[in-house]
Design a binder for this molecule. Structure first.
Ligand SMILES: Cc1cc2nc3c(=O)[nH]c(=O)nc-3n(C[C@H](O)[C@H](O)[C@H](O)COP(=O)(O)OP(=O)(O)OC[C@H]3O[C@@H](n4cnc5c(N)ncnc54)[C@H](O)[C@@H]3O)c2cc1C
Length: 391
């Protein structure tokens, strides 16, 4: 049976028929393609191509971009897609968020017409996969200070440095590396095509992750890698130029976190109504109801926060602080809700067959990426006070 989606405050009343139809398509994809197939991939930490490839049939690739066959979603639709994918599985939502949001988004928002025409059409068809390389082994939260350097070399640049945690990197055909210019200090995005075959690029998958195990993250070293001048994204010179991509990404992650929490809550509600102990359904015990109400309340708060955030972003009113507050709140609460949900299943909550343990561990990653909890808190604090507490 397809899931219908828990909506205690009737947020549905704010969505158009078109938005609901898209959401239903993604729900069916999750129900038919993701949930029955994902657990073995998660357990063996393999990337589920058989699931990911089929995403091309949904009208979602390219997210909010309009040109070159991209989906042209409105911001509510983009949020609903991240919510539904997150509800199903965090590895799939991350694959989509990195490829469609961070990588295609960087090209679509920061590339010129030639660059968009070169890369986006194949990326929309998932014939080329994108990755976004910002974080480094020694530079995480302080991302504006990357230590990967670009040295001018005639008709291009030579890149030297290292990246860490880069999602999709080992399957990427279009790898965006963020680096600073050795002479000017300018910040730039450099597209490495076919990185596995590019001299000087070494990509090594990171093993032993305890969350989002079915999406691949890699360490990358760049040793005198030549990138032609036409592969430097045209409209980025400062970190701030790129930050608009991160802002939209953070918006998507706030919805993703709400989806992960809602998925865990729905499973816990269903389970506790069916599971009997002491002669009655455990949902009838006050202590279980306390957990259910706590989860329902947090999920509802996340949903309503996302809804208002979607109005802010749609009207161009999103600020660094407003989007960071949603990411801060939802990632933290997703961690809490998934843990409560896991508790409600007792021992059965420990095995991934019931999906909850997977969602709980995926929430740990959401808590850390797209700005850690502390970084997002400090961004809100800076907007509130005008004072920078980062350093
Ligand atoms: C599974 C996964 C996928 C990822 N995918 C990508 C990707 O595709 N591309 C990419 O570029 N990156 C990616 N990342 C990287 C992610 O964005 C970073 O892990 C994150 O920004 C934190 O950096 P760090 O891990 O180096 O932690 P650090 O920056 O070293 O932080 C460690 C701790 O110190 C805290 N801290 C740091 N500075 C301060 C401060 N000023 N005040 C208070 N506390 C502070 C942090 O909040 C954190 O708790 C991914 C990470 C993971 C785990």
């Amino acid at each position: 049976m397809l899931y219908t989606g828990f909506d205690f405050y009737n947020c549905d009343m704010h969505f158009s028929d078109k938005q609901k139809v898209l959401r239903q398509e993604v729900r069916e994809f999750v129900d038919i393609e993701v949930l029955p197939k994902i657990n073995p991939y998660w357990e063996t930490a393999e990337f589920p191509w058989e699931i990911a490839r089929n995403m091309v049939d949904l009208p979602i690739i390219g997210g909010i971009l309009f040109d070159h066959g991209a989906a042209g979603l409105d911001f509510v639709e983009m949020g609903l897609v991240m919510y539904e994918l997150g509800k199903g599985d965090g590895s799939i939502s991350t694959f989509y968020g990195v490829h469609s949001g961070l990588a295609m988004g960087s090209i679509g928002l920061l590339g010129d017409e030639d660059q968009k025409a070169r890369w986006l059409p194949d990326m929309v068809k998932l014939e080329k996969i994108g990755a976004f390389g910002l974080t480094e082994p020694d530079v995480g939260s302080n991302a504006a200070q990357v230590k990967t350097w670009a040295r001018n070399d005639g008709n291009g640049v030579i890149l030297n440095g290292a990246k860490r945690w880069i999602g999709n990197a080992s399957i990427a055909d279009v790898l965006i590396i963020w680096a600073r210019d050795e002479d000017s200090g300018d910040f730039g995005g450099y597209v490495i095509e076919d990185p596995q075959q590019t001299e000087g690029v070494t990509i090594t998958d990171i093993w032993g992750k305890v969350g989002k195990r079915a999406v691949l993250n890699a360490d990358i070293t760049l040793d005198n890698v030549f990138v032609p001048a036409e592969n430097r994204l045209a409209y980025v010179n400062r970190f701030r130029d790129m930050a608009q991509v991160l802002g939209v990404g953070r918006y998507g992650v706030a919805w993703e976190a709400a989806g992960v929490a809602a998925g865990a809550f729905e499973l816990a509600l269903k389970y506790t109504k069916a599971r009997e102990q002491f002669g009655k359904p455990i949902a009838g015990f006050q202590l279980i109801q306390q957990k259910l109400v706590e989860m329902c309340t947090e999920v509802t708060l996340m949903q309503t926060l996302c809804l208002q955030l979607s109005h802010l972003i749609s009207q161009g009113l999103l600020t660094e602080g407003t989007v960071s507050m949603a990411k801060y709140n939802n990632a933290r609460k997703a961690r809490y809700v998934t843990q409560l949900a896991r508790e409600c299943l007792g021992g059965n909550g420990i095995v991934i067959d019931n999906h909850i343990a997977r969602l709980m561990l995926d929430a740990e990653i959401i808590y850390t990426y797209e700005g850690t909890n502390e970084v997002n808190l400090l961004l809100v604090g800076r907007e509130l006070t005008g004072l920078n507490a980062f350093v």
